[in-house]
Design a protein around this ligand. Structure first.
Ligand code: GCU
Length: 670
């Protein structure tokens, strides 16, 4: 279902009204430099729109009359990595003081978020800084339109913001608006092409460098550094070499020269993203080398420039035999990477999907995140919603991400916050997520999916933020003049939407059950007899994957205590992950007191009822938003209801036919 493609720009969470509080005041911007000029231009536009005034002064100049001072610190230590700022409110006026220009930019957007609260309220003196230095968004954009994946792989919001007609767009003006939105959410790095690097896209690294430099120039004023996904086979593909062996000096030298050319044109280039030996992408295994050999060879080529290599841990056998129950895709990332802990160079970031499979609505947190203390790890999330409604369904992912980030994976209870997923990655490799933005006039296919992009940035900045409070921020910014009913309705629609989606799709953590290929809509056995390693093993007696050490694949053993035991035992495994870890009879009784089969029948009905309630909550307020937004939301909610009913009927019917156990509530089964 393609989204309309236009070049018009929707303001998303930065409409003019979001700047009313500061725009109506006397503002001073103090300091020099490109990012300070970005802030000054924002202030100039806001004050022009809302009747205030502004001046740009030297740092330390008298600012007595100002309501808001945005200033670089006088004793600027020029530590570019410092993105923090101080926010002071005193008797109705406010000061943002930052040691770096980046900090000033984030401090400015902090004031925008606060609105009138920046000036009203008790006096305060606060220090703000991001939890993670690396807050990256990844685009799965192809330069060419791919025959099966289209231009943006798993993109549900139109075409690519970067490429058109088989090359970097001539007109990149929309990137300025995109970069501004990302910066306001706190994102500071962007990978601009798909991790599946096809032949055309491989050439971004070489012959398209001028275009890459133009893209980097669009992001630079917003403090965002550009990264490229590269093919591990670039030396043969682009350089005419006979090998890509990471231990071959000629191969290493090819990469050294490639890096030199990139940084020559783009001095603040961020680095490389690599999907190697995964789903057909080339990698070091072909040469009998390890992933550390591959990653370190690239890391050494980019190290002189402060470049990073984001090396993905999404490595598994996608050609497995479904008859073979001993091979477990969930085990793969740990089995491949945990033994390599401590062998990666300092500028390698191992990018780990949050769960062991693939961005399902419910998975346990990946055990890799606890298994590699001597490696820089990044958490990878998926904003684009491949498996969570594809931006047809309203699914606010903030609560899912928050649950992942707060999950105490390592070190037992005494490790405290250091053992949470946030604690494990924030000071290490930080965060990466697949973007949901494209050329759709609303940026995202579902207008409410904008909230996911915003929430990702905010959680990468502060993983402990409350997702409901983030939604409040998003609503206040996006709909600054709307009455409270709109916010209430948006909470009613979105707060529990992730749970709702889970209810009408695959039950109890078993995952998938989607249509192969495009992954939209139900197909219970779609992947059951395929090589992809994502099975539910339903038969007439029961369902689920036995991943225990006692009788299954042993995956539970990859977890640290207490989780290895918690997941191993039927008595302690949480209901929502039951079928991820255990194969149980349909008569198995859950903690809720229901049998598994009755749970399937009930949740699928309730999921549909909840979608009906979402529509009922939204309809009375729909007239409060821009008609184009209202129209899109109405269309998407109707599709969500249709799809939820389809899921409900297929899943319930499938399990009735398999098990022969009737629904104790006697609802219609087909
Ligand atoms: C999923 C997705 C692919 C993607 C892959 C990845 O499998 O369906 O489109 O390439 O993840 O993360 O590399």
């Amino acid at each position: 279902m393609p989204s309309p493609r236009t070049t018009a720009v929707h303001p998303a969470w930065l409409p003019p009204g979001a700047f009313a509080a500061l725009g109506g005041r006397r503002v001073v911007v103090a300091g020099d430099g490109a990012l300070t000029s970005t802030v000054a231009a924002e202030v100039a536009a806001a004050t022009a729109a809302h009747g205030g005034s502004w001046a740009r002064l030297e740092v330390g100049a008298g600012t007595a009359d100002a309501d808001l001072v945005l200033t670089l610190a006088e004793d600027d230590p020029s530590n570019d990595a410092d993105e923090g700022f101080r926010f002071m409110r005193d008797g109705g006026s406010a000061v943002v003081q930052a040691p770096t220009e980046r900090g000033l930019l984030y401090g400015f957007f902090h004031v925008v978020r606060l609105g009138e609260d920046a000036f009203a309220g008790p006096d305060t003196d606060e220090t703000h800084a991001p939890a993670a230095e690396l807050r990256m968004i990844d685009h799965w954009d192809n330069v060419d339109v791919h025959p099966t994946m289209g231009q943006v792989e798993r993109g549900y919001s139109g075409g690519s913001l970067f490429y058109a007609s088989g090359r970097v767009r001539d007109d990149l003006s929309r990137l300025d608006a995109y970069a501004r939105l990302l910066a306001a959410a706190g994102i500071n790095r962007i990978a601009i092409n798909n991790v599946n690097v096809h032949a055309r896209e491989a050439r971004l690294l070489t012959e398209d460098l001028a275009g890459v430099a133009r893209i980097a120039a669009a992001f630079r004023p917003w403090g965002i550094r550009v990264h490229l996904s590269v093919s591990f086979a670039s030396p043969t593909l682009l350089g005419g070499l006979s090998s890509n062996d990471p231990l071959d000096p000629e191969v290493a030298h090819w990469w050294v020269r490639a890096a030199a050319r990139v940084w020559d044109l783009v001095p603040d280039f961020g680095g490389l993203v690599v999907k190697a030996d995964s789903e057909g992408q080339p990698g070091p295994f072909a040469y009998g080398r390890t992933h550390a050999d591959g990653a370190n060879m690239l890391a050494r080529a980019v190290a002189p420039y402060g470049g990073l290599v984001h090396w993905r841990a999404f490595v598994y056998d996608h050609r497995q035999d479904w008859r073979d129950r001993s091979t477990d895709r969930a085990r793969a990332a740990y089995d491949h990477f945990a033994p390599l802990d401590g062998t990666f160079d300092e500028n390698v970031v191992l990018q780990v999907k949050y769960g062991p499979l693939d961005f399902q609505a419910r998975e346990p947190v990946s055990p890799v995140l606890a298994a590699m203390p001597a490696t820089r790890l990044a958490l990878e999330l998926q904003v684009t919603q491949e498996y969570t409604g594809q931006q047809q369904h309203a699914v606010y992912l903030g609560p899912q991400w928050s649950a992942i980030l707060r999950f105490r994976l390592a070190g037992g209870p005494e490790a405290g916050d250091d053992g949470t997923v946030a604690g494990l990655v924030a000071g290490s490799g930080g965060f990466a997520a697949v973007s949901n933005a494209g050329t759709d006039e609303l940026w995202t296919g579902h207008p409410f999916a904008q909230a996911n992009l915003y929430a990702y940035g905010r959680l990468a900045w502060d993983p402990l933020l409350d997702p409901s409070a983030i939604l409040d921020e998003w609503v206040a910014l996006t709909f600054p003049d709307a009455p409270v009913e709109l916010g209430e309705a948006l909470h009613a629609v979105l707060d529990t939407s992730w749970e709702t989606y889970e209810m009408y799709t695959a039950p109890l953590g078993v995952g998938f059950m989607v249509r192969p290929g495009h992954h939209y809509g139900p197909d219970v056995d779609g992947y059951e007899y395929t090589p992809w390693g994502t099975y539910h093993f339903a038969d007439r007696d029961g369902i689920g994957v036995d991943r225990t050490q006692a009788t299954g694949t042993g995956y539970t053993g990859q977890y640290p205590a207490p989780w290895s035991d918690v997941y191993e035992s039927l008595g302690t495994c949480p209901d929502e992950l039951l079928l991820f870890f255990h194969h149980v009879p349909y008569s198995h009784v859950l903690r809720s007191g229901k049998t598994v089969i009755q749970h399937v029948y009930d949740t699928h009905s309730e999921g549909v009822e909840r979608v009906e309630a979402m529509i009922a909550a939204w309809e009375p307020v729909a007239g409060l938003v821009d008609p184009a937004v209202a129209e899109r939301v109405a269309e998407r909610l109707a599709e969500q209801l249709r799809s939820a009913i389809e899921w409900r009927d297929q899943v319930r019917t499938y399990f009735f036919r398999k098990s022969g156990v009737p629904d104790e509530k006697g609802r219609r089964i087909f």
